[in-house]
Ligand binder design. Structure first.
Ligand SMILES: Nc1ncnc2c1ncn2[C@@H]1O[C@H](COP(=O)(O)OP(=O)(O)OP(=O)(O)O)[C@@H](O)[C@H]1O
Ligand SMILES: [Zn+2]
Length: 705
C-alpha cells in the first residue's frame, strides 16, 4: 500500500461516517472517509458508497489521517445544519444495540427521507423556505396566562405539586378517563417552555393529533408547535424535523417516530396513553417509543410523564413500590373525573341466560338485546349520543355456501376473506387480495351463499332496521380511507349530527365526545380467550377506554353507561371492569404473569422467519437454536435463558409465505441482551442454500407472541 501514498487526496483528516447499509452486510459499523476539514461528530455529510453518493453522519470527531490507508473523500458537508448532538447519538446507539440493528441503518432510517436525499444546495433552499414559512406564521405575544384558565381540580393540583418538587425521572400519571390528564400535560409543558426548553409529546395515533394540536395551539399561541407523524408529506415532515433540530419549534407533537426527533433544548417528554401497542414499531428496528422515552429521559436527566387510565403491566409494575423491582417510577394518581362526574355504570348483559330463556335465536338473530335497543332509543329521544364498539370491519368475516360448505378462504393466506357489502368484494385483510363477490358458490354453483358473523358494515345496516329514523354513523378503517374523511366524520359526531356511532377501536381512544352517554361493546368475548398472553390486558384497557367516551360532560355523567353483551358474565375481567378497579385487575394479572414466568417478570425476544415452506422456516430456526445452545455452552454466564422450540404463529401463511417463530426467554434483561449480541450477528450463517429462507427478524420485547 505504501506506493499509493503519493496518490492520496490532499485531505488531512480521517472521519468515520455512518451510512445506511444493507441489513446483513458484513460491514456493520461506520466507514472511514477522508476530509480536508476537521468534522464534528453528528455532522451530516454526503459520501461516495459504491457508485452512489449517499447521506451519512460523521460518527466521531475527525482525526488527523493515518497516512497508510487510501480513503475516498467526503463528497459534501451539509454544514448549514448544526451537528446532531451527543444525546441524539447516544439514543440512536442505544436503540440500535438494544433492538439488534446496525447503528448506521437505524440512525439514517429515523431521519426524514427527504433529508437523506438532499445535497448542500438543496438543503440551503429548504432552510430558506422554512425560515420564510415560520416568519409568515402568526405567533402571538404571550401564552394564555395561568389565571385565565379554569381552576385545577384538587387532584390535578396535587399531581402538579408533586411533579414540581420532584427530581427529573419517570412518573406514571394514572388518571381515569376524563380526569383531566391533558390539562396536567399542558401545565407541565408550560413550565418547561417558561424555562426556555422544548417539550416532546407523544400520542399513539395520528388521528389523535389534530384535536391535541388544537388544544396546544390555543394554549400556547406564542410558541411554535410542530407535528411529526407518518401522515405528513415528505416535505412537511422535513420542515417539522428541521424546526425541532434547529430549536425553532418549542413543542413537538407526534407518534412513535417522534421519539427520534433531534431536540437540542429538550426538557420534558410526555407519553399519552402509554399502554398503547402502537408505540411499538412492527417492522425494521422494532423499537418501543415508550421504552425509549424512559431511556432518553434518564440519559438527558429529563422529566418523563407516562399517562394512562390503564397502564401497561410493565409500567404499573415499575411504579408499584410494594412489588419487587417496583418503585422505579413515581406513581401519581387521579382517581376521579373532573367536576365530580362519575364513571359510567357498567352493565353486563348475560347472553347465556337470555338464550336459555328465549332460545338461541333470540341472541343470534339480533345484534343487540331488546333492553339495549330500548336504552339507545331513550338516548336518541334525549338528544344524546351512543357508541357501539365492534372491533371487526367489513360486513361479515366470512361467506359460506349452505349447499357444499364452501367458505371464502384466501388462496394466499391461512385466513378467511372478509365480505365487504358496500363495494361487493371479498377482501383478505392480511395480503389485500380482493375479488368481486361471486353470485353463486364457486365450488358447487349453489346461489345460496350466506354471510357468517357480523362486522361494522352489517351492524350499521341492522341498527338502521332496529332504530328507524335514527342517524347512524360508522367510523372504521374502510370509512376513513380518503384523506380528511376521518376528520370530517369526527367533526360531524362532535357537531351532534350522529345519534348512534358504530366504530372499531379507532374511536374508542382519546376522543372527547361531549354528548355521548352510552357505549356498548357487542363482541368483546372474542378477545377474552385470545391466544396471546396480553389479550386480557388489551381487552380491559380497550373497554375502559371505550367506556371513558361516555359521560365526559359532568352534567350527564350520572346516567352514562357501558354495556357489555357477553356469554361469560362471571369472568373476573368483567368483574374488575364493573367496579372500575384497574388496580385489582392488574394485581391478578401480575400474579398470573409471575407464575407463568412472563413479562414483566421475564424478558423476551422473538426470532421470526419467513420462507416458501414451513419446513425450511423450521429448519432455519432449529439451526439458530443449535447455535444458541453452543453460545450458552461456551458462556456459563448465559445459562439463565431458555430457547423454545419453533412454532407457527396464529396465521401461518400470508401472501403465500410461510411463517415460523421461536421464543427466547430470560429472567434477566442483561443476560438476554448479552446473548442476543453474540447470537444475532451469526444468524445469517444458519441459512443453508437448499432450504433458503426469505427473511428473518429479531423482535426484542415483542408485544404479541
Ligand atoms: N380543571 C378543570 N376544570 C374544568 N374542566 C377541566 C379541567 N381539567 C380538564 N377539564 C376538562 O375535562 C375534560 C376531560 O379532560 P381530559 O381530556 O384532559 O381528560 P383525560 O384524563 O385526558 O381523559 P382520557 O383519558 O379519556 O383522554 C376536558 O374536556 C377538559 O377540558
Ligand atoms: Zn390473503
Amino acid at each position: 500500500m505504501e506506493s499509493l501514498a503519493s496518490d492520496l487526496p490532499t485531505a488531512g483528516h480521517r472521519v468515520s461516517v455512518l451510512v445506511e447499509l444493507p441489513r446483513h452486510s458484513q460491514v456493520d459499523s461506520a466507514l472511514s472517509y477522508a476530509s480536508d476539514l476537521p468534522l464534528a461528530a453528528g455532522q451530516l455529510v454526503r459520501v461516495p458508497l459504491g457508485r452512489r453518493t449517499v447521506c451519512g453522519i460523521a460518527w466521531a470527531e475527525a482525526e488527523p489521517q493515518a497516512p497508510d490507508i487510501e480513503l475516498r473523500p467526503v463528497a459534501e458537508v451539509l454544514d448549514a445544519l448544526p451537528p446532531l448532538g451527543p444525546p441524539w447519538r447516544a439514543l440512536v446507539s442505544f436503540a440500535a444495540a438494544y433492538y439488534q440493528r446496525s447503528t448506521g441503518e437505524l440512525a439514517l432510517s429515523v431521519l426524514p427521507g427527504e433529508l437523506r436525499d438532499l445535497d448542500a444546495t438543496q438543503l440551503q433552499r429548504r432552510l430558506k423556505r422554512l425560515h420564510k414559512r415560520l416568519a409568515a406564521e402568526p405567533i402571538g405575544q404571550v401564552d394564555v396566562p395561568a389565571y385565565e384558565l379554569l381552576p385545577l381540580s384538587a387532584e390535578q393540583q396535587a399531581v402538579l405539586q408533586a411533579l414540581a418538587g420532584a427530581e427529573p425521572g419517570t412518573h406514571l400519571l394514572h388518571g381515569v378517563t376524563g380526569s383531566g390528564k391533558t390539562e396536567v400535560y399542558l401545565r407541565c409543558v408550560a413550565d418547561v417552555l417558561a424555562q426556555g426548553r422544548q417539550a416532546l409529546v407523544l400520542v399513539p395515533e395520528i388521528n389523535l393529533t389534530p384535536q391535541l394540536e388544537a388544544r396546544f395551539r390555543a394554549r400556547f399561541p406564542a410558541r411554535r408547535i410542530v407535528s411529526l407523524h407518518s401522515g405528513l408529506t415528505p416535505a412537511e415532515r422535513l420542515q417539522s424535523w428541521l424546526a425541532a433540530h434547529l430549536g425553532l419549534a418549542d413543542v413537538v407533537l407526534g407518534t412513535r417516530m417522534a421519539i427520534f426527533a433531534s431536540l437540542p433544548r429538550l426538557g420534558l417528554i410526555v407519553v399519552d396513553e402509554e399502554h398503547d401497542p402502537s408505540y411499538k414499531q412492527q417492522e425494521g428496528a422494532r423499537y418501543s417509543a415508550r421504552d425509549l422515552a424512559v431511556w432518553r429521559g434518564r440519559n438527558e436527566a429529563l422529566t418523563v410523564l407516562l399517562g394512562s387510565a390503564t397502564p401497561s403491566l410493565e409500567t404499573w409494575h415499575n411504579a408499584s413500590p410494594t412489588l419487587p423491582g417496583g418503585a422505579r417510577y413515581q406513581l401519581l394518581a387521579m382517581p376521579s373525573r373532573i367536576g365530580a362526574g362519575s364513571l359510567p355504570t357498567v352493565r353486563l348483559v348475560d347472553l347465556a341466560r337470555i338464550a336459555a330463556q328465549f332460545g338461541q335465536g333470540a341472541v343470534h338473530k339480533q345484534p343487540l338485546v331488546p333492553a339495549l335497543v330500548a336504552a339507545l332509543k331513550e338516548r336518541i329521544e334525549r338528544g344524546e349520543q351512543s357508541l357501539i364498539l365492534l372491533n371487526r370491519r367489513g360486513y361479515a368475516p366470512v361467506l359460506h355456501c349452505t349447499g357444499c360448505g364452501w367458505k371464502s378462504a384466501c388462496p394466499h393466506c391461512s385466513a378467511w376473506r372478509v365480505f365487504h357489502k358496500l363495494d361487493r368484494t371479498l377482501r383478505c385483510h392480511h395480503c389485500g387480495f380482493s375479488e368481486r363477490v361471486p353470485r353463486a358458490c364457486p365450488d358447487c354453483g349453489d346461489p345460496d351463499i350466506q354471510p357468517v358473523g357480523r362486522g361494522t358494515e352489517r351492524l350499521e345496516e341492522q341498527l338502521g332496521d332496529l332504530l328507524p329514523g335514527a342517524r347512524i354513523g360508522r367510523i372504521d378503517a374502510d370509512s376513513t380511507r380518503a384523506k380528511g374523511s376521518l376528520e370530517s366524520q369526527l367533526a360531524s359526531v362532535h357537531a351532534g349530527e350522529v345519534d348512534v356511532l358504530v366504530g372499531t377501536q379507532m374511536v374508542a381512544k382519546g376522543h372527547d365526545f361531549r354528548r355521548m352517554t352510552l357505549v356498548a361493546a357487542v363482541n368483546a368475548d372474542s378477545a377474552l380467550f385470545g391466544s396471546d398472553f396480553r389479550a386480557p390486558e388489551r381487552l380491559f384497557s380497550l373497554l375502559m377506554q371505550a367506556g371513558g367516551r361516555a359521560g365526559r360532560d359532568a352534567a350527564q355523567a350520572g346516567r352514562s353507561e357501558l354495556w357489555i353483551q357477553t356469554w361469560h358474565v362471571g369472568h373476573p375481567l368483567y368483574a374488575a371492569l364493573v367496579s372500575h378497579d384497574y388496580a385489582a385487575f392488574a394485581k391478578s394479572q401480575l400474579i398470573e404473569r409471575q407464575q407463568a414466568g412472563l413479562p414483566p417478570f421475564a424478558h423476551l425476544a422473538l426470532l421470526r422467519c419467513e420462507a416458501r415452506s414451513q419446513q425450511a422456516a423450521t429448519a432455519f430456526l432449529d439451526r439458530t437454536a443449535e447455535l444458541g445452545a453452543q453460545i450458552q455452552a461456551d458462556h456459563p454466564a448465559l445459562q439463565d435463558l431458555l430457547i423454545y422450540p419453533p412454532v407457527p404463529p396464529a396465521i401461518q401463511r400470508v401472501a403465500n409465505v410461510e411463517r415460523a417463530q421461536m421464543l427466547i426467554e430470560s429472567p434477566s434483561r442483561v443476560v438476554l441482551q448479552r446473548f442476543l449480541a453474540r447470537w444475532v450477528p451469526q444468524l445469517n450463517q444458519c441459512q443453508v442454500s437448499e432450504q433458503r429462507i426469505l427473511r428473518w427478524a429479531v423482535d426484542v420485547d415483542p408485544l404479541a407472541i
